[in-house]
Design a protein around this ligand. Structure first.
Ligand code: NAD
Length: 305
């Protein structure tokens, strides 16, 4: 594949598989590289149907098998040393002008950039699972990333149907994971204190703040409710909110028991294998339907800033 639109996805795990699916469905030739033959085989199987519709996809285990490429998304295990090694390897195979992106969930782009000779073409592109469906991508420039790279990555993402949002500076966890972890810290504290059980908590969140967040985002939503009211509540509530700097004991013990969620068959809920696959399919379908409902809302319903 001698093609500047050719994309390399490094890592064939949960994210890598769906990143490759995104490229296939958007008509970009893609090579998936993983050192683990089992993960590669699973990825190939998961993408069988998408690839059968004419997508150009290859699965390889070493760089020598990769043709010339215009963009690379590193999506290997979330480990700083490993990512530095992989990025340095990527660079030795990239030509001038190749976009080098990392899909890290929140490791420092500046620290990762230290592994590169040319960090000016390197940027964080944090996709969300499933990467072929969820529109938002956090674009996180490092200290050395140049403006042209940020612009090119945003254009590339828009061509893939994504909604890039550029951060002005990097912070650990970027934006979405900071918010998600703040939310989860409180959820786990409420479970631990026995205030509510998992099902009731999910129900409350889904059918109250959940749907409103999807429509408005948190800040626009607060505008609608009234910032004075928000302030009054914040004054008495903040002292009572969870603020531990250590992960919740509930989370620690679930993981210690091997209750990792869907992938191990049990987390907060039970996930028999057949059900999990059906849930996956259904979730993808429902997300797509929700997104199509939301498609008109930006211009029609919601006032702009
Ligand atoms: N899972 C999510 O919801 C999610 C969401 C956004 C971002 N991310 C980020 O995406 C990245 C990947 O996460 P994941 O959930 O897909 O992990 P995963 O464990 O499912 O997959 C990681 C893959 O990397 C491969 N790998 C390890 N070393 C490698 C090497 N040297 N060369 C090539 N491949 C190698 C592994 O074999 C594995 O297949 C992480 O940085 C993670 O933080 C994950």
């Amino acid at each position: 594949m001698q093609d500047s639109s050719h994309v390399v996805v490094v890592g064939a795990g949960t994210m890598g598989s769906n990143l490759a699916r995104l490229m296939i469905t958007r008509g970009l030739p893609v090579t998936v590289l993983d050192i683990d033959p089992d993960r590669l085989a699973r990825c190939r199987k998961a993408l069988e149907t998408a690839a059968s519709h004419g997508g150009a996809v290859r699965f390889v285990s070493e760089w020598e098998q990769v043709d010339d490429f215009g963009a690379v998304v590193e999506s290997v295990t979330e480990n700083l040393d490993l990512k530095c090694r992989v990025l340095s390897e990527v660079e030795t195979h990239a030509r001038d002008g190749t976009l080098i992106m990392t899909n890290t969930s929140g490791l420092s782009i500046n620290v990762l950039a230290d592994s590169l000779v040319h960090p000016e073409r390197f940027v964080g592109a944090h996709f969300f699972n499933p990467a072929d469906v969820i529109p938002a991508v956090e674009v996180v420039p490092g200290r050395f990333t140049n403006a042209e790279t940020v612009e090119r990555v945003c254009q590339w993402l828009r061509r893939l149907g994504k909604r890039p949002a550029v951060l002005k500076q990097e912070v650990p966890g970027f934006v979405a994971n900071r918010i998600q972890h703040a939310l989860m810290r409180e959820c786990l504290a409420l479970l631990e204190q026995g205030v509510v059980d998992a099902e009731a908590l999910d129900d409350i969140v889904r059918y109250s703040i959940g749907i409103r967040l999807a429509l408005n985002g948190p800040l626009r939503q607060r505008d609608l409710n009234g910032l004075d009211t928000h302030l009054n509540i914040a004054r008495y509530l903040y002292p009572d909110l969870e603020n531990s700097t250590r992960p919740s004991p509930v989370l620690e013990s679930l993981v210690a028991e091997g209750r990792l969620g869907r992938k191990s068959g049990r987390g907060f809920y039970e996930w028999p294998q057949g059900d999990a696959e059906a849930y996956d399919r259904q979730e993808r379908e429902l997300l797509e339907r929700l997104l199509s409902l939301m498609a008109g809302t930006d211009s029609d319903v919601i006032p702009t800033i």
